[in-house]
Ligand binder design. Structure first.
Ligand code: NAD
Length: 238
């Protein structure tokens, strides 16, 4: 076994409280593109930059264009959990992993069996009418041409945190507590540039920070262990 993988395994096995903090890179091996990889959405061409399209003001002023992008690029109902999601769920069921804090909106951690998941940016699987509050499924959103409307005539909005919108206070509170209590914090598949989410790792007080990413991150000097590779491939080896 690669010495770094062996070290990762040992750190998790000897930990009382491991927490995982992840981002879009955790789901690329499930076929969902991330934002900042070379094949990510930020390197594809649209009429507006993705940050603009998935912002609150753009949703309010141009819901049709928002939904065109959102349905084509951000919702992938066929995606299945990969080896990283499955290993994290297994570690939780063994009592080794206490929480998953994710920036992803794809529900793949829950599909894999993880229970204590803090979804910082919401989920494409929850959608509410802005007029009457009625809940709608992701399938309902995808089946409707153009802007999905509720039976009452109201526009439906995904329960996803758009740019310019605040994070849910209860979710932040839970995530901060989990990170603060962790003795091992594994940070994987995130570029750590989207705030305030990325700032949550500042609450970690331990000295066993592990970074797993395909590319180099500026935060590496703070980590006890850095593994460059695909997170599904890495996690499947422990
Ligand atoms: P990001 O696109 O900014 O960064 C992804 C990082 O993961 C990059 O550093 C990349 O090198 C790395 N990466 C990609 N594939 C990997 C793999 N297989 N193994 C290891 N590392 C890998 O993503 P972010 O930091 O999460 O921030 C972007 C925002 O994008 C988040 O707010 C999130 O809500 C949103 N988003 C979510 C999804 C999803 O739900 N699956 C998809 C795209 C974007």
């Amino acid at each position: 076994m690669d010495p770094k993988i062996a070290k990762l395994k040992e750190m998790i096995e000897t930990s009382e409280n491991t927490v995982f903090f992840g981002g879009a890179g955790v789901s690329t091996e499930s076929g969902i593109p991330d934002f900042r990889s070379t094949s990510g959405l930020y390197n594809q061409q649209y009429d507006h930059p993705p940050e603009t399209i998935i912002s609150h003001s753009f949703f309010i002023s141009n819901a049709a264009e928002f939904y065109r992008f959102y349905k084509a690029k951000m919702v992938c109902l066929e995606a299945k959990p990969n080896a990283a999601h499955l290993k994290l769920a297994e570690l939780e069921s063994e009592g080794k992993l206490k929480a998953v804090v994710t920036q992803n909106i794809d529900n793949l951690h829950q599909m894999a069996g993880s229970r204590n998941v803090f979804e910082l940016h919401g989920s494409v699987f929850r959608n509410f009418c802005m007029r009457c509050g009625k809940a709608h499924t992701a399938e309902y959103i995808m089946e409707h041409e153009g802007i999905p409307k509720c039976g009452c005539g109201g526009t439906i909005k995904p329960d996803v945190v758009l740019y310019e919108e605040p994070l849910d206070q209860d979710v932040i509170k839970g995530a901060v507590q989990a990170i603060r209590d962790a003795d091992v914090l594994i940070v994987g598949g995130t570029s750590l540039v989207v705030y305030p989410a990325a700032g949550l790792i500042e609450y970690y007080r331990g000295n066993k920070l592990i970074l797993i990413n395909k590319t180099v991150l500026p935060q590496e000097s703070r980590a006890a262990l850095v593994i460059h590779g695909k997170i599904g491939e890495v996690m499947s080896q422990i």
